[in-house]
Design a protein around this ligand. Structure first.
Ligand SMILES: [Zn+2]
Length: 460
């Protein structure tokens, strides 16, 4: 309750900020006495100050900033850094399995889960979340309006994919073409031709998507598809890219096998999701095409076999075992031939379990790589990736995300200590679901600001 009361108090002062914004001068906040991680550098900018005006960063300086009317926050020598970017979440999918969500879950269940996930993400330090399938614009609208608490959201609308593929949520006995729960809610759509890719892709943008999600490979927790699947013809994937380009945006493709990844990149896909069979040839093609990859590193953990969505379904467990064996070269390949990689958790499940998975995914990023690589992955690279949604469809086009620089959005964290040296201050856990319940908010993150509004402040 302590945090909820705090949140209430902070939101009340945010209301005053909004009132001030209606007048001539935008409200200013001045952070003093901070060391800055800017989203890219290997060292902190020490003894600096940052001035926020309205919802943007106005000045970053190691000299004195004069701002007579600003609210001053003494950072007490803490690290000031960009809010985190989650590049692949499913805010609406509460699990416990895809068949249960198809058969028994109503729009109310999905909505309530989405509200709780949004709040959890923000309080874990994520000021931006790209939803990789399932969410339309409703959650984003509620967050932007201040009706609920959450991060900036980049929705993908319905997953689109072939019959029997990774976007096929229909019951096992459901005839071809039958209406589904997930289809009626525009959370997943089956597409089996260029025309259907075009129709449902355009419908996603109509429903508020900022980019499209195409299901190319299969999966581990899904019912009908081997993870090695190569779903979608070259023409169908190119059709998805064509529709996205009509809107000035891009396609993210769920791709595991090398053949799938190469096909996607050559068709113009800009964001490879999972990309478990990543190698140096893929890295070179990604660089040529200006593409990004996001990978849930928990896939490389033996604990994968223990998560409820996997071990409750025998076929999923068998698939998880073969996938783990096939993906062993990802980490060494990424170290040898680094590509632009953003952070992803890909949690489908309850809010408590997803909070644990986020903490563990943070930990793995620093453990498999190093703190600086993990921080860049979680901030500036994620910011670049979401901006591929372009001038027309980017819901937040007025500044950069994931960086501390003049003109960027004022999405800011204060953390106790230096995360380049001690990454645990980012709220990590070295255990997955067998770890303890995570706190409501990261305790070493005393201040969370999004869009110039403070959502948490335990400094005093
Ligand atoms: Zn996913």
């Amino acid at each position: 309750m302590k945090y909820l009361q705090l949140l209430g108090a902070v939101l009340t002062s945010a209301g005053i900020t909004t009132a001030a914004l209606a007048q001539e001068e935008p409200a200013q906040t001045l952070f003093t006495n901070v060391n800055i991680f800017d989203g890219t550098s290997k060292t902190l900018m020490e003894n600096a100050s940052v001035l926020i005006e309205g919802n943007l960063i106005k000045t970053v300086s190691t000299g004195e900033i004069s701002a007579a009317d600003a609210t001053v926050i003494d950072g007490g020598g803490r690290t000031l850094m960009p809010g985190l970017v989650e590049a692949h979440a499913h805010l609406m999918l509460m699990g416990p399995s895809l068949p249960v969500m198809e058969a028994n879950t109503t729009w109310e269940d999905f909505a309530i889960h989405g509200v709780k996930m949004s709040e959890m993400y923000l309080m874990q330090g994520f000021t931006t979340v790209r939803d990789a399938g399932g969410a339309n614009a409703g959650l984003q609208r509620a967050v932007n309006a201040g009706t609920i608490v959450g991060p900036r959201i980049y929705p993908s609308g319905a997953f689109i994919g072939t019959r029997g593929g990774h976007a096929d949520f229909a019951n096992f006995t459901s005839p071809v073409g039958e209406s589904t729960n997930m289809g009626r809610l525009n959370m997943a759509q089956e597409v089996d031709s260029v025309a259907e890719v075009q129709k449902f892709g355009r419908n996603n943008f109509r429903m508020g998507a900022s980019q499209l999600k195409f299901m190319q490979s299969g999966g581990v927790v899904s019912a009908f598809d081997p993870w090695q699947l190569l779903a979608g013809s070259q023409e169908e994937i190119e059709a998805a890219v064509q529709v996205a380009n009509e809107y000035g945006s891009y396609v993210m493709a769920h791709s595991y096998r090398k053949e799938a990844i190469m096909t996607a990149l050559n068709a113009g896909v800009r964001s490879i999701e999972h990309g478990f069979m990543f190698d140096c040839e893929i890295s070179a093609l990604m660089e040529e095409k200006g593409a990004y990859i996001t990978t849930n590193l928990t896939a490389f953990d033996p604990g994968l076999l223990d998560i409820p969505a996997v071990n409750s379904v025998p076929a999923s467990l068998r698939k998880a075992k073969s996938a783990s064996a096939a993906f062993v070269d990802y980490i060494p390949n990424m170290k040898q031939c680094p590509a632009k990689r953003a952070f992803q958790t890909d949690c489908v499940g309850g809010v408590g379990d997803c909070s644990k998975q986020i903490a563990y995914e943070k930990f793995l990023n620093a453990d498999f790589f190093d703190p600086h690589t993990a921080l860049v992955t979680m901030t500036s690279t994620g910011g670049e990736l979401v901006a591929l949604s372009g001038d027309f469809m980017n819901p937040y086009p007025d500044g950069k995300l994931g960086v501390i620089e003049e003109g960027a959005y004022a999405d800011i964290l204060l953390v106790d200590g230096n995360p380049l040296e001690d990454f645990s201050v980012m709220g990590t856990s070295d255990k997955w679901f067998d770890g303890p319940t995570r706190p409501y908010s990261v305790e070493t993150m005393p201040l969370i600001m999004k869009d110039g509004v403070i959502y948490k402040n335990t400094l005093n």
